[in-house]
Design a binder for this molecule. Structure first.
Ligand SMILES: [Zn+2]
Ligand SMILES: [Zn+2]
Length: 369
């Protein structure tokens, strides 16, 4: 029987979400019903709500979540009611071409949830299962592959950040770029993803680790996460290049990470990278945005630009690894969470995230979930 839950519904792009009662279907076959403890707001949610990624409405977005399994479909294996899980928007079959290559985020299998949303409005109108999770809601139905068991020692507001932002930023450094100790690194955008590029680079032994952001608050925060230097991203290009070159034997950095969805940041990263270095782009711009890159970057300067989707992550490998690093004192997770909100106040939380001045804002669903 479908059940009524409270959810924050996006009815019009660019408008405040509507917190209302919706219907959530039971999990079938290989699906899992999870009662949520917490859901962090990701910049991807902001982009989706703005309409810059297009798509259909009404929708429930939200994907950086943690909760406890309440029920499982008849074909689910290895998970049962009561298990605590981090939810990932990476839904994978484990058998297709991409899964066999380890690129789970590109899995090409067909899933029931892709064609049949578990969510409907109270009048029966279908609601898009946004980000494959729909976690701005008290409960979510996801495919079993999207559930990564997580231990009880992490508070929910911290655990939920692991599912996307931390994994994407850390993974861009550790999985996509495989930064070696002693390399120099630069990160454009010290938000939820970028700050984890910063701490991933510091943890990999990179030095210097240079953070750029347009907000002074973020520059200060990035130093606490391991940045050795931090500069305003909007200072004039020649002065910024001079600062970066002074820190890198006059060459520019080995690795530059673009953790914003602002297309000109890619050329800015190229400008600050040494000949033969790598630019790793993890930020996701609008669907039709175009980046202009000086053409001699490639053949002339030997710079590679690599895309990093979700930090080339395999959640069942990366989430436990991040938890271990946190428990060993190497990953700052508590400090990522700036503010906590109730679902009813989600629009206030979204505005704060849009302002770009804070790191993570987390929606807490209360109770023991
Ligand atoms: Zn995310
Ligand atoms: Zn697959």
């Amino acid at each position: 029987m479908p059940q009524a839950i409270r959810a924050a519904v996006c009815r019009l792009f660019g408008e405040p979400l509507s917190v209302e009662s919706v219907q959530l279907a039971d999990p079938v076959r290989d699906e899992v019903l999870v009662a949520l403890e917490s859901c962090a707001i990701c910049h991807s949610d902001i982009m989706a709500i703005s309409g810059r990624w297009k798509g259909k409405l009404p929708a429930v977005f939200g994907h950086e979540a943690v909760g406890r399994i309440e029920a499982v479909g008849e074909a689910v294996t290895g998970l049962s009611a009561g298990d605590r899980v981090v939810l990932s928007l990476i839904r994978f079959c484990g058998r297709c071409y991409y899964c066999q290559k380890g690129d789970l985020a590109f899995c090409e299998a067909e899933f029931g949830l892709a064609s049949r949303s578990p969510l409907t409005l109270s009048d029966g109108t279908p609601v898009v299962h946004g980000m494959k999770v729909g976690a701005f809601a008290e409960k979510a139905v996801v495919h079993q592959s999207q559930c990564v068991p997580v231990d009880e020692r992490l508070d929910g507001d911290i655990a939920c950040t692991l599912s996307c932002g931390v994994m994407t930023g850390f993974g861009a450094v550790a999985n996509t770029a495989e930064v070696a100790a002693g390399s120099s690194a630069l990160v454009i955008g010290a938000g939820g993803v970028g700050i984890n590029c910063v701490q991933g680079a510091a943890l990999a032994g990179a030095t210097p680790v240079i953070a750029l952001d347009i907000h002074d608050e973020k520059l200060e925060i990035s130093r606490r996460f391991g940045a050795t230097h931090a500069f305003r991203a909007d200072m004039d290009g020649a002065s910024l290049a001079a600062e970066v070159k002074a820190l890198t034997h006059g060459r520019g950095v080995d690795f530059a990470f673009v953790a914003v969805g602002h297309p000109p940041a890619i050329q800015q990263a190229v400008d600050l990278t040494r000949d033969g270095g790598q630019v790793i782009v993890a930020g996701i711009p609008g669907r039709d945005d175009i980046a202009e890159i000086i053409a001699r970057t490639f053949g002339g300067r030997g710079i590679s630009i690599l895309g990093s989707k979700m930090g080339s992550a395999r959640p069942h490998v990366d989430v436990p690894r991040l938890v271990d690093l946190h428990h060993a004192g190497h990953m700052h997770l508590d400090e990522l969470v700036a503010r906590r909100f109730r679902l009813d106040d989600i629009n206030e939380a979204l505005d704060l995230v849009r302002s770009g001045r804070e790191l993570k804002c987390v929606i807490e669903f209360g109770g023991d979930a």
